[in-house]
Design a protein around this ligand. Sequence first.
Ligand code: HEM
Length: 524
Amino acid sequence: MSQTNTDARSPIYWDPFNPEISANPYGLYRRLRDELPLYYNDVHDFYTVSRFSDVDSCLLDAKTFSSARSDILEFIKAGVEVPPGMFIWLDPPAHTAYRNVVSRVFTPKRMNALEEQIRAYCARCLDPLVGSDRIDFIADLGAKLPGGVIGMLLGIPDEDRDMIRAKVDESLRTESGKPMDVSQGTYRGDGFEDYVEWRVKHPSNDLMTELLNMEFQDETGTRRKLTREEILVFVSVLAGAGNETTSRLIGWIGKVLSDHPGQRREIAEDPALIPAAIEEILRVEPPGTQVARYVTRDVEIHNQTVPAGSILQCLVAAANRDDRRFPDGDRFDIHRKGAPAITFGRGIHSCIGSALARVEGRVALDELLKRFPDWTVDLENSQLSSSSTTRGWDRLPAAVPRGHRAAAGSHQAAAAFTTEQPAPLVSLGGETWQCTLQTPAGPQEMTVQLVREGETVTGRIDSPMGGEAISNGQALGERITWTMQVSKPMSIKLSFDVKVEGNQMTGKVKLGLFGSAALSGYRA
Ligand code: HEM
């Protein structure tokens, strides 16, 4: 029976494997949020939360909602054995130990340093299309850029990069209407062995060489290097988590801005709107639609008991359009202000590649608009792809009127997102936190170092805008307050008021006279 309609009288049935639902899920998501905020699917045996506040709090509670059996429904059901290093599918303390390693190499500084390379790569993909009257957002850019960028990061030679994307894409693909086949071994890093061996013999200044050489403290307290198996799994996690999602983002840029030509023209006229446009595209069409968790204890949600041993799907794509959080949540509005979406997850597993994905999205849109300020997607010849973790386009051709602007040089939009590099991070020997500040101009990634001595706190904050020491730091139990004077982009005093709970930091930052912004972070 097809139960995908949004008629309030029909029974609600949500099934992540149903292509009819996947084609247009948002009416059903609204019904889930309004009528069944805790939904149970008895065909595939899982629970679902869809309201923003529920998705948010479940993802923040990593003890009750564990990742240790995977964050994908089919893998949890299959009881896969999680290999060492597969930190996206681990709980603390092993997750914390591995995540610390990745945070050390995956810094906002390194990500932002890639911007010019990403711009050049986009130009290489798009310049040959200048003069034609059709482009395909996936074949021409989405399928190439993310794999290319991960390849740049890891130091994988150009010729092998497309292979990586094809491999990951295949491993996450579901046959329409069916759960994915979990018997494949890609999540173990199969296929990357030759590259790692080659890099051992040919060290360079890439992230792979750093991973091979770095020492870390594992969850048993032992100081050691990563094993070859762990490195293979790391590469596989980074390639898997960063490839398909970002490719989907590029497809959604094409689709959403084709549906909203007025806003697209506005962005083309004023490229400073690009960062806000990318945030709004990520909100209305998050490439990762849901993440799953294993429930470790009986827990009450909306007055019902979700028993220990259940699987809970956190429906990010529904949460992002919750009117309770985002007024008129289905409306696409690049001028929307306020609360950040949950597209990159929350809590200890929140996306470590979000800064990179954002740079890729912004640069891709900028470079597209420079060459093709107008486009109309050809839906008849498009193909929406089906996977139980992501949603997006496999094929998205578009008509581009001839006579568009010539591809050329730099763009003012570059000024809208950072090109400045932070000062090298000098360790102060205290505690280090990777934080995101949701400023009105978009999220700002920062590294916060705090040194506590009794109630006195000193330290510094480094971000792509620069580095500054903190002042007036005070620790009162779990609460820490401090101030910081910044001079860029304008002179302003920031007052931080945060709460530290275990490895998480949440709080507010008063931005001088400009209101306040939410801060969230994790211990690096
Ligand atoms: C638009 C693009 C992207 C989206 C929508 C996205 C989304 C997410 C989400 C929702 C999570 C949390 C998963 C969970 O809680 O179980 C996550 C985690 C992660 N992402 Fe991304 N991601 C994107 C791009 C990237 C990129 C470019 C990379 C790296 C190259 C990356 C690497 C990771 C890693 C390693 C994790 C696991 C973090 C942990 O478990 O501590 N992601 N991502």
